[in-house]
Write a protein that binds this ligand. Structure first.
Ligand SMILES: [Zn+2]
Length: 427
């Protein structure tokens, strides 16, 4: 390739639109939970596209799909890995995850063409679709990439149940995606393109976000244990109402964010009420609590306040409290040389880039620390995300693809090493 900007790729939009049909909602979004029939259709298309490029698909035990494209012409070539996820939130957006996977597949097509035209590559390309990034049906999120990176055991991940008691293993088997292939070894570099899901790029008037650091997160799975009773005759002073405890906790956890305006984000995004009947004082309420911040000491303090808020809510409503799970995602920088490579790719393709934080978790963060890892953002119109109205403009989709392609081309020529890719050294 030359140093002029890449021509637009109409194939990206066609492929993206094809993925968007699987689990399409009336409101213009997608409802494509991990392991659903719609997820199966999206996975089948992923595999078909890889095979059409003469690639091979490996599906590992937790359903991660790896599309391997031989570019280097030798069996021990290092890997450059690009990807994201095809599962969505309930009534979610079309772009979240899917833009990264579709773009990675189009990069694969371009590099296969370049190889056929005589370009010498020193690394192979692997396009990946990670299982259950969203954590919507199976908790925690980032499950497939986290298993690949060694943060979870595959057997433990497969045994996780959704709210209907279906395990991940059963859900994957039902769509023919419980694989037996070995996952490829860790890549020489992993790059992920994703929509920003915030408003930083729009506000800055930039097209490309180079993620230089991630916010930390504390995620708590808690349950209040009350006593089931009749909502009519049971005297008020005898009630041990688990939903009331949750209500006290939810309001207090919101108030924690107000102590550090703009620096702490808190939420309770999910509650499950049992038995959830109009005439029954709830016996048990499970809730998912999140606290996020870019400041370690603030995150620690806010997390302690959330713990205290849960305990105080249980005491006030006279219920028990059980903490089922607590996940801490540390605040970390992304590798400087990968950020520099993305900055160079943006410059070469004529797109204005800024360095920024990611507040949301992404599969790239699972791999951070395991191999050189980069995360690239394109703007989300109005910052709308996890919503059917989520949109990224066609021009920004093309910009993201062009930057990903340029970075991947440099990496594959250089055997996957980011510093070498910046210098333009062939392997
Ligand atoms: Zn995502």
């Amino acid at each position: 390739m030359t140093s002029t900007s890449s021509p637009p790729d109409p194939g990206l939009h066609a492929l993206f639109d094809s993925f968007s049909e699987f689990g399409a909602t009336a409101g213009g979004g997608v409802h494509r939970l991990c392991g659903s029939a719609a997820d199966g259709q999206a996975r089948d298309l992923f595999a078909q596209v890889v095979r059409d490029l003469d690639g091979t698909v490996r599906t590992d035990a937790v359903g991660n799909q790896f599309g391997l494209l031989a570019l280097a012409g030798r069996s021990d070539a290092p890997l450059v890995m690009l990807g994201s996820h095809l599962d969505s939130q309930p009534q979610g957006g079309r772009f979240d995850g899917t833009l990264g996977v579709a773009s990675a597949l189009r990069v694969g097509a371009a590099l296969v063409r370049a190889k056929a035209a005589g370009t010498a590559y020193a690394a192979d390309l692997c396009v990946v679709n990670w299982t259950n990034e969203e954590g919507a049906r199976f908790r925690p999120s980032l499950l497939g990439s986290g298993t690949y990176a060694g943060h979870h055991r595959a057997e433990a991940a497969l045994a996780i149940r959704d709210d209907d008691g279906v395990t991940l293993a059963e859900a994957l088997a039902a769509i023919g995606q419980r694989g037996t292939d070995p996952a490829p070894a860790l890549p020489a570099c992993y790059l992920e393109l994703h929509v920003e899901q915030g408003t930083v790029l729009e506000a800055a008037g930039a097209t490309i976000g180079i993620v230089a650091r991630n916010w930390g997160a504390t995620k708590i799975e808690a349950a209040f244990i009350g006593a089931q009773a009749h909502t009519g005759p049971c005297p008020m002073d005898l009630r041990r109402d688990a939903l009331l405890a949750a209500a006290y906790a939810i309001a207090e956890i919101r108030a924690i964010a107000d102590r550090w305006p703009g620096r702490v984000h808190t939420s309770v995004g999910r509650i499950r009420v049992d038995p959830n009947s109009a005439n029954v004082v709830p016996a048990r309420v499970a809730l998912s609590v999140e606290i996020r911040s870019a400041d370690d000491s603030v995150l620690g303090e806010a997390g302690a306040l959330a713990d205290a808020a849960l305990r105080a809510a249980a005491e006030r409503a006279r219920t028990g409290l059980s903490i089922r799970d607590r996940v801490e995602r540390p605040i970390r920088p992304l590798p400087e040389d990968v950020c520099d490579l993305v900055a160079l790719a943006a410059e070469e393709t004529g797109h204005r880039a800024i360095r920024m934080d990611t507040v949301a978790g992404h599969d790239a963060l699972s791999l951070l620390g395991a191999c050189p890892t980069g995360l690239v953002f394109v703007p989300s119109v109005g910052g709308i995300a996890h919503n059917e109205a989520e949109t990224t403009s066609p021009a920004d989709m093309q910009a993201g693809l062009a930057v990903l392609l340029r970075a991947a081309d440099r990496l594959c020529r250089a055997g996957g090493e980011p510093a070498r890719a910046i210098r333009g050294d062939a392997r």
